[in-house]
Design a protein around this ligand. Structure first.
Ligand code: 13P
Ligand code: SF4
Length: 358
């Protein structure tokens, strides 16, 4: 088992991967040797502003082992913008928000997809790649929004509002997607809602995203009481205090935040929309009202920007670590599957969204 090396009587540490189903030269030693240091130096150069030198010897052997194994497995690593910098900048092949990751998953030509994000993201990749092996390094990486609603809840909404189309935020299980007409993400929600061509639309399960969309369209929005446990914790009061302390600071918020928090912000957008805004505007000081790793990941590429960090951690995203990614690639775990009777209608909802954007 990774992370639980056994001790011999002479206190020699056994390699936890000894005997793994791999050719000998790919069994990782996980030591910070001169070779590992040399082969990962270009990657440390990228992240040195956010990872202290004392921490790199702990990450580098995993980074090298993962990058070697990706080639052996013909695997691609898709990583959400909330992954920590050693994942985001050092082992990911594709990074992005939920929409970009879904689009890239649809194009992937690797045999194995390792989804560094939460479970609904891995399920979306599986829906779009039914014949590929889709792995998530920790299948307990959930989401408070996805857990707030079930397929039975959606069926009850259909009965209560006959004929009203149901748009589901991508942060839901495949079982919920299967009951809905189309999917959306934070970057295309207004466009998807308006594409329904009706006066009323049900948009589930994020109440705050739904309120944000309602403020941008004439379509009447019916919603659900789901919340993101990370974004609901921000308050307008704390943002006002930051602005009072420094009137020049720019405040950028994710649409999963409560409406009064969004009301205090200079820009609202998906995680990639937020990154793009910082890159385009290069503010001298910015406050990203979202998950903590975003600021680190953007700071790597925007050295002139100072980040104020009143961030909140997503405990689900933070379950994904380098040792677990390495385990995924060695043991081909944890495999994500969706029964075909659920996958078929859920895929239709996701593909309808992707085709709309194309
Ligand atoms: P994005 O699609 O904006 O990346 O949002 C996903 C998410 O889970 C934010 O909390
Ligand atoms: Fe879900 Fe919120 Fe975590 Fe995103 S940040 S995965 S919405 S709990």
């Amino acid at each position: 088992m990774a992370g639980t090396p056994q001790e011999t009587h002479s206190h020699e540490i056994l390699n936890p991967y000894e005997g793994a189903p791999l050719p000998d030269h790919l069994i990782p030693e996980l030591a910070y040797t001169p070779e590992v240091e040399r082969e990962t130096a270009h990657l440390y150069e990228r992240v040195k502003r956010v990872i202290p030198p004392i921490e790199w010897p702990g990450f580098a052997p995993y980074v090298k082992a993962i990058n070697d194994l990706k080639k052996h497995r013909n695997a691609v690593v898709l990583a959400h913008n909330y992954m920590t910098p050693e994942i985001f900048h050092c082992v990911a092949d594709v990074v992005g928000d939920s929409l970009q990751l879904a689009r890239e998953a649809a194009k992937a030509d690797a045999d194995v997809i390792v989804q560094c994000g939460v479970h609904f993201m891995a399920e979306t990749s599986k829906l779009l790649n039914p014949n590929k092996t889709v792995l998530i390094p920790d299948s307990n990486a959930g989401c408070s929004l996805a857990e707030s609603i079930t397929g039975a809840d959606v069926r009850a909404l259909r009965e209560a509002y006959p004929g009203v189309p149901i748009v589901t935020y991508v942060n839901t299980s495949a079982e919920v997607k299967a009951e809905c007409d189309i999917c959306c993400t934070s970057s295309n929600a207004v466009k998807v809602v308006e594409s329904m061509g009706t006066d009323r639309v049900i948009l589930i399960p994020d109440e705050f995203l739904a309120k944000y969309v309602a403020s941008k369209t004439d379509v009447q929005i019916i919603t659900w009481k789901g919340h993101c446990e990370v974004h609901e914790r921000f308050t307008a009061e704390e943002l006002r205090a930051y602005r009072e302390a420094d009137p020049g600071v720019k405040i950028i918020a994710h649409p999963e935040c409560p409406p009064d928090v969004i009301g205090e912000s200079d820009f609202t957008g998906s995680t990639s929309g937020m990154i793009q805004w910082v890159q385009d505007n290069q503010p001298s000081k910015v406050l990203l009202v979202t998950e903590c790793s975003m600021s680190d990941n953007v700071a790597v590429e925007t050295p002139g920007v100072e980040f104020v960090r009143p961030c909140n951690l997503c405990p689900h995203m933070k379950r994904i670590t380098l040792p677990k990614i390495l385990d995924s690639l060695i043991f081909l775990k944890e495999e994500v599957t969706v029964p075909e009777d659920v996958a078929e209608p859920a895929r239709r909802a996701v593909e309808r969204m992707i085709n709309l954007n194309n």
